[in-house]
Design a binder for this molecule. Structure first.
Ligand code: CMC
Length: 437
């Protein structure tokens, strides 16, 4: 009998697999929250079989100590701390430290970390020329991933994934420069001059200033926007093995450098089924607003013959309220009330939520509003243009990507990620010369 590997102790337990005329024992792995997995590491060697799990619905790709998420109970914790506490009590830089290094920083560690990030906020001047080459109407996610990828060309002195000092510096560089790169993408799209980072500002203040200030007049940074942005970045900061984080791990597993791995994560996040949903939610709410017939959209989403989906609804893991959506909705309520903004899209979002939550189709499938459902409304209130929504998601998710990349590189079980497949194509056939086809 083999043993169960837990975070802390061993206890005897195995799963038995009976296949053809053989029976094998498979090790059971138990996480610190008692989540159980069957370790299939020796399956192919011992049986010749592999597993097939399209969309990775049942596949644990790794053991990770970063984020715990229970989709049935709507629980999300970073390094053991509930998201509700972190979102209401912390600064985003503090949460970034927690995710990347595993513990909340003390005051001195936080100051040092903040100082190190601040030292790197400027982009190499030559990188600004990239922006000249991009078309003005380029999607900022395309610009963001391209410029992050290009960091490998400018910062070769920190690009070796096997050198801890290089990794340390490239983590600072990415955290420091992503807001600058993001804000420049926006400035390019509206034809305004780039605003250099100002290092006496906080992370969120600096970003808002680079986005909205112009050289010809003073810009007052609204503390309500700073607080809302800080909360939004924190609730987006990690979500265990989602599509973009798995992409960062996958690319990093070939020992590609950190800049290349993060650029790939940004591309994965862009899609409307993942981070791009926040943009799609606002387009959907605008369309419903123009049309005026909310029921029509609900019916379209329920129609088996129609590919239409309610954006911002449903989640692979959450079969309950997404705790992030609850936090964002509360903040949205407070911000709109404080600013006396009467946004019809917020009204529609609330109505849509109520209709969907009481509709049998959504109840049966346990489809609840997800993180993207209300984030767009709050971004709108802050004056963030719609194409920048997913860019802000990237800024929030960056520390999670960095934490996972680092955890993987430092893991004793580090191996290149290389799934297998079940081949269903043609059997061997005879080659036909071009003239005979
Ligand atoms: N509207 C209508 N029906 C839906 C929706 C929706 N938004 N989401 C899922 N369903 C239905 C789906 O048609 C299927 O029905 P049936 O069992 O009758 O075939 C059932 O619910 C299960 O859906 P699924 O596609 O098998 O679920 P999945 O886990 O593969 O996909 C999802 C998860 C998030 C991609 C999907 O719910 C979706 O497309 N939602 C809209 C896009 C969205 O909001 N994405 C953001 C996700 S949260 C943030 C992030 O990850 O970045």
């Amino acid at each position: 009998m083999s043993s169960v590997v837990t975070g802390k102790e061993s206890m005897p337990e195995t799963a038995k697999l009976k296949i053809e005329d053989r029976e094998i024992d498979l090790r059971v792995v138990v996480g610190t929250e008692q989540e159980k997995a069957i370790d299939l590491g020796k399956l192919r060697n011992e049986t010749g079989y592999i597993t097939l799990d399209e969309g990775y619905v049942n596949t644990g790709s790794t053991r990770s100590a970063i984020t715990f998420l229970n989709g049935e109970q709507g629980i999300l914790r970073y390094r053991g701390y509930p998201i509700e506490d972190l979102a209401s009590k912390c600064d985003f830089v503090e949460v970034s430290y927690l995710l990347i290094y595993g513990e909340l920083p003390n005051r001195q560690q936080l100051e040092e970390f903040t100082r190190s990030i601040r030292r790197h906020t400027l982009l190499h001047e030559d990188m600004r020329y990239f922006y000249r080459g991009f078309p003005r109407d380029a999607h900022p996610m395309a610009t963001l991933s391209s410029v992050v990828s290009a960091m490998s060309t400018f910062y070769q002195d920190s690009a070796d994934p096997r050198d801890p000092e290089h990794v340390r510096v490239s983590i600072y560089r990415l955290l420091a420069k992503l807001p600058t790169i993001a804000a420049y993408s926006y400035k390019k799209s509206i034809g305004q001059p780039f605003i250099y980072p100002q290092n006496d500002l906080t992370y969120c203040e600096n970003f808002l200033q680079m986005m909205f200030a112009v050289p010809c007049e003073p810009y007052d940074i609204d503390p309500d926007f700073v607080n809302a942005l800080n909360m939004l970045l924190i609730v987006h900061a990690d979500h265990e093995q989602n599509c973009s984080t798995s992409t960062v791990r996958m690319v990093g597993s070939s020992q590609a450098n950190l800049f290349a791995s993060i650029a790939a994560g940004i591309c994965a996040l862009w899609g409307p089924l993942h981070g791009g949903a926040n943009e799609a939610v606002v387009s959907m709410l605008e369309e419903i607003h123009r049309d005026g017939n909310l029921k029509k959209f609900i019916d379209m989403a329920k129609d088996k013959n129609n590919k239409y989906r309610l954006m911002g609804f449903g989640h692979r893991v959450y079969k309950n309220f997404d705790p992030r959506a609850t936090i964002i909705k509360g903040a949205c309520d407070r911000l709109l009330a404080k600013l006396k903004i009467d946004d019809p899209l917020f009204q529609i979002a609330q109505e849509l939520e109520q209709v969907a939550l009481n509709d049998e189709y959504f109840v049966e499938r346990r489809l609840y509003p997800n993180v993207d459902f209300y984030s767009g409304v709050i971004y709108r209130a802050m004056g963030i243009p719609v194409p920048m929504f997913t860019v802000l998601f990237s800024m929030g998710r960056l520390p999670g990507w960095l934490a996972h990349w680092k955890e993987m590189q430092e893991s004793e079980s580090f191996r290149i990620c290389r799934p297998r497949q079940v081949y269903v194509g043609e059997n061997e056939r005879q080659f036909i010369p071009l003239d005979n086809r």
